[in-house]
Design a protein around this ligand. Structure first.
Ligand SMILES: Cc1cc2nc3c(=O)[nH]c(=O)nc-3n(C[C@H](O)[C@H](O)[C@H](O)COP(=O)(O)OP(=O)(O)OC[C@H]3O[C@@H](n4cnc5c(N)ncnc54)[C@H](O)[C@@H]3O)c2cc1C
Length: 467
């Protein structure tokens, strides 16, 4: 059965796929998007959005707990969580956004084909339950799925993935989280606020090993101050069912008891769309070059599926670049996806955000000027009783080039976009220190940190005595 011929067929309707579909249509290409599940992909259905909906609920509980400090009297301070209702509200937000994506695709004239896509050749695609379709160019945007580890007991009931925990119907009294990366830390914050006793087990020497060490240390301290147990440098050997509870045996023989276990140890590419194609892969991801093209000419692979930067906003950019290169007219120069200034955020409360190099990475490249502005000197953070945090800036000592910015504090996820913009525009710390920022704002701490890297910050005491 032979179906329609398209200029571009996109397989996968997550951030990379739907952005690619819309971009291709905008550029005048006859476009179809094949999706085996719901449009919106991991991000909208089981990632960015649902976790942030739960995090907001957790943050509200946290704020209520701190209300009496501000002089607010609450008659019955007992707070508990109606989990089915929390999940229902989260699902409402997800539905609004996925519905929005479907409407955008339709409004741009992209044909949405429901089914599992599989490449037969670089130009023919089989779709389960649908006629085969043809494409001049293909965008493989299959994204990622939960990685599995060969550890005994991971298949037991009560051992959940990051997808499954998003639909949990009750708050587990004891939750053990395997993996202290971004998902593990966000889930720890959520369930700690909901009332669980949370333990994190991380095999690396510290949680959030991909973040700057000062950021990771402060987030660890905050989690611990709220009652979390954090075990680092130790892996999990097995999980056993012991009566009603789960018993986790760690590499050193130590045993942890849990009511539920969350396994958040990473994600691997969903390669189901590759089908019969001989395409270069590495560690479970499709190899794509800077132009987002795979080893098969005319087949592009933006987003999580190539593993370059597994973030939704990076997926959007990679998708735009892939489509431009796929449909560009003869003579138009190819575009590269520049992923040097992609901000990354851990939506803990307070938030932790970063762009560019960590201190450890920057110091490997040469002498570094460090600017550090603690939020305990920031008026806006103090008024919000959220002064636990800092803005840290790393610059090269010669020209003042900004190498990295690391923030823990309220609004860090927003402020980091300013830092990314300045770095992309090659603004130096000298120039940043001169940019007037509104007062009182948390973001003025970015300007203050730049000034500190030059030894001329007004609002913190001098490190050396004058004269
Ligand atoms: C718990 C969690 C929280 C996260 N939070 C954030 C965050 O706060 N910020 C952020 O930037 N990122 C976050 N991420 C990461 C983000 O979700 C991903 O980077 C992003 O979704 C990648 O987009 P993508 O389009 O490449 O892949 P995906 O979103 O995974 O989409 C791939 C789509 O392709 C479909 N598909 C796969 N194979 C086929 C096939 N053969 N045929 C048809 N359809 C197919 C899938 O069904 C899916 O819909 C989070 C991830 C998780 C798991």
């Amino acid at each position: 059965m032979s179906g329609t011929e398209y200029d571009v067929v996109v397989i996968g309707g997550g951030p990379a796929g739907y952005a690619a579909g819309i971009k291709a249509a905008q550029l005048g290409a006859k476009t179809a998007l094949v999706e085996k599940d719901e449009v919106g992909g991991t991000c909208l259905n089981r990632g960015c959005i649902p976790t942030k909906a739960l995090l907001k609920t957790a943050e509200v509980i946290h704020e209520i707990a701190g209300a009496s400090k501000r002089g607010i009297k609450i008659a019955n301070p007992e707070v508990s969580v109606d989990m089915p209702r929390v999940i229902k509200e989260k699902n409402k937000v997800v539905k609004t956004l996925t519905g929005g994506v479907a409407s955008l695709l339709a409004a741009n004239g992209v044909d949405l084909i429901k089914g599992e896509g599989r490449l037969l050749t670089p130009n023919r695609i089989a779709v389960s339950g649908q006629p085969e379709i043809g494409a001049k160019k293909v965008i493989l945007a299959g994204g990622s799925q939960v990685a599995r580890l060969p550890i005994p007991g991971l298949e037991l009931p009560g051992v959940l993935s990051s997808t499954e925990i998003l639909d949990i119907q009750e708050v587990p009294p004891r939750l053990v989280i395997i993996g202290g990366g971004v998902i593990g830390v966000e889930m720890a914050m959520i369930f700690q606020s909901f009332g669980s006793k949370v333990s994190i087990v991380e095999a690396a020497p510290r949680i959030m090993p991909f973040m700057d060490a000062d950021v990771a240390a402060l987030v660890r301290q905050i989690l611990k101050s709220r009652g979390a147990e954090i075990i680092t440098g130790l892996g999990l050997s097995k999980i056993e069912k012991k009566g009603a509870e789960l018993s986790l045996v760690l590499e050193n023989g130590a045993v942890l008891a849990a009511d539920k276990v969350l396994v958040s140890i990473g994600r691997t590419g969903d390669l189901s769309a590759v089908g019969d194609l001989q395409i270069k892969t590495e560690k479970g991801k499709i190899v794509a070059d800077d132009y987002m093209e795979t080893s098969v000419p005319g087949v592009f692979a933006p987003g999580d599926v190539n593993g370059k930067k597994m973030l939704a906003h990076a997926a959007f950019k990679m998708a735009e670049v892939a489509v431009f290169n796929a449909v560009r007219g003869a003579g138009a120069a190819k575009q590269k996806a520049d992923l040097r200034f992609v901000p990354s955020v851990v939506y803990s409360f307070p938030e932790a955000a970063a762009v560019g190099l960590t201190q450890e990475e920057a110091e490997k490249e040469g002498p570094v000027a460090l600017g550090m502005f603690p939020l305990s000197y920031n008026g806006k953070a103090l008024t919000a009783d959220s002064a636990e945090g800092f803005v840290k800036i790393l610059a090269d000592t010669r020209y003042g080039k900004i190498l990295g910015v690391h923030i823990v504090g309220p609004g860090a996820a927003e402020i980091i976009n300013e830092a990314a913009a300045l770095m992309a525009m090659e603004i130096t710390v000298h120039e940043l220190a001169d940019i007037i920022h509104g007062h009182p704002t948390v973001s003025e701490a970015l300007m203050e940190a730049a000034a500190d890297s030059l030894g001329r910050c007004i609002h913190i005491p001098p490190k050396k005595k004058p004269g």
